[in-house]
Ligand binder design. Sequence first.
Ligand code: T3D
Length: 262
Amino acid sequence: TERTILLAIAGGVATVTLNRPDRLNSFTAAMHAELREALAEAREDASVRCLLLTGAGRGFCAGQDLSDRAVAPGAQGPDLGVSIETNYNPLVRSLRDLPMPVVCAVNGVAAGAGANLALACDIVLAARSASFIQAFCKIGLIPDSGGTWTLPRLVGHARAKGLAMLGEKLSAEQAEAWGMIWKVVDDERLMDEAGALARHLATQPTRGLALTKQALNAASTNDLNTQLDLERDLQREAGRTEDYREGVAAFVAKRAPNFEGR
Ligand code: T3D
């Protein structure tokens, strides 16, 4: 059977492609399991210094595959808490905790958990024709995959509530204008630009970027004093990396640095 997740490692970048295009890459339990495997493989490969996540076909990801979820009247449906605990939460945590930049190339519609999966990544590019839909409210659910946490922080409470309670389609351009994503790219340029960005990041000081990610992630919940302490600790760590030494040496010698990710 066709793999539902594709993993390609080249040039320091692990490209992970959601691959159920005829279902707009919506998630089954098997696909979650394959994605966990791919992320573990990428994480364990010492050559990988950036992860790029995208979708095959015309959609990015339509969230949970709902054909798995229809139940006869009166019958007991699946426990969605178990689904979240086993599949969606570990996925969001693993992207957040991955000690390298995670780039997302949103190639088409991102709906439900698919939208919030994209927003859990560090740098989100979207095709001009892509869109984001907090589709949960239309079927009686709440935004998951971190959406209730991520959305208000990215776009503010007023917009988060509008998106979550109305489930309207938000265009990629509006998402960029609201600061929800990094950048919109013309459709035919998306994968080239996302690939170039990921390959660039893979040549940068990976430890420093991982510590930067850790600090910014923590800032969403820390007060200033706690954050200043954290910056001290993480800067101490960054200052002990070989890439920091190389960065300063290259600057002083007026030459290009050669970062090794250590
Ligand atoms: O259950 C749990 O474990 C809890 C966790 C929940 C997390 C969630 O993500 S809940 C939210 C689930 N997702 C949705 O509600 C979105 C459903 N999809 C849509 O609303 C639309 O498909 C889109 C707005 C995303 C795209 O619309 P459009 O018109 O571009 O495409 P389409 O025709 O609707 O979809 C194309 C095909 O993909 C179609 O199949 P067909 O007619 O060609 O045989 C459609 O049924 C299928 N598809 C799209 N999304 C899903 C799906 N099939 C199963 N599950 C889907 N989520």
